[in-house]
Design a protein around this ligand. Structure first.
Ligand code: FES
Length: 259
């Protein structure tokens, strides 16, 4: 897939949470095709401590407004600078990068479960919009520490059924995503997940035990995004892969995790 290097204009930068911002970028011409699971590499200006671009999952494409949405978790100087971007400022982007989640070919009645935690909910929204476009009814299961950490619920509800868990029980069911009662009530035929590694390992274990096909989006450290620096290497049953090129999406059958 062709990659682009472009200067995009900030059309909004909304604070969703003390640590999360929704950065919306636009340009005069329509965006090229992007697939759920793919990511962008953002250049951070005016940050001497930040030499490398920041990899950010694609969260949503607003075709009407010609906007690309990115959910930014503020975890260091680079992402702090991104959170401070103002409307009209310019951001340089390399995109779209990496592979994508697979959309089941055979129609339909397939029950598809999308499990996200933390900033890993971002690609689940984009995937849900694409599944909906293909006629599926995605089920989202979103996990967070507290109700305040559950982000973009209104957007998820537009594209599917939403279930939540929180560690303190302040919203949804108390506990972790893999304890949610929906897993006992429904027979899912495909699971997609992105979030903290312990969560993805637990989801992969659940899927494997029940023989449900499952794809995870690896959150490996990434710097160049184009297979040059090797900082994102993941060991798989087929040998080492660059998560930025042959991932970030990978079927759990290929992983060497203890699942
Ligand atoms: Fe550099 Fe993958 S991020 S090789």
């Amino acid at each position: 897939m062709k990659k682009y290097l472009a200067d995009l204009v900030v059309s909004a930068n909304e604070k969703l949470h003390p640590n999360y911002y929704l950065l919306k970028l636009t340009q005069d011409t329509p965006f090229p095709e992007m697939l759920p699971g793919q990511f962008v590499e953002l250049k951070v200006e005016n940050s001497p401590a930040t030499f490398l671009r920041r990899p950010i999952s694609i969260n949503y494409i607003d075709k009407e407004k010609n906007e690309l949405w990115l959910l930014i978790q503020v975890i260091g100087d680079g992402t702090k600078k991104l959170s401070e971007l103002k409307n009209g400022e310019i951001v340089n982007l390399m995109y779209p990068l990496g592979n994508s989640f697979s959309i089941p070919k055979e129609k339909i009645s397939k029950k598809l479960l999308l499990i996200g935690g933390g900033v890993g909910t971002a690609p689940m929204l984009f995937l849900g919009t694409d599944l909906k476009r293909f006629g599926y009814e995605p089920v989202f299961l979103l996990g967070a520490r507290t109700s305040k950490d559950l982000l973009q619920l209104d957007m998820f509800q537009k594209f599917g059924t939403v279930y939540t868990t929180t560690e303190d029980g302040s919203a949804g069911e108390k506990g972790y995503v893999t304890n949610h009662s929906i897993l006992q009530k429904e027979d899912f035929e495909m699971i997609y997940t992105c979030g903290p590694k312990p969560m993805m390992v637990a989801v992969a274990q659940y899927a494997k035990a029940l023989g449900i096909p499952c794809e995870v989006s690896l959150e490996n450290l990434m710097a160049c995004g184009i297979g040059a620096c090797l900082c994102c290497v993941e060991n798989t049953v087929d040998g080492h892969i660059c998560a930025c090129m042959e991932g970030p999406v990978i079927n759990i059958e290929k992983l060497t995790w203890q699942i």
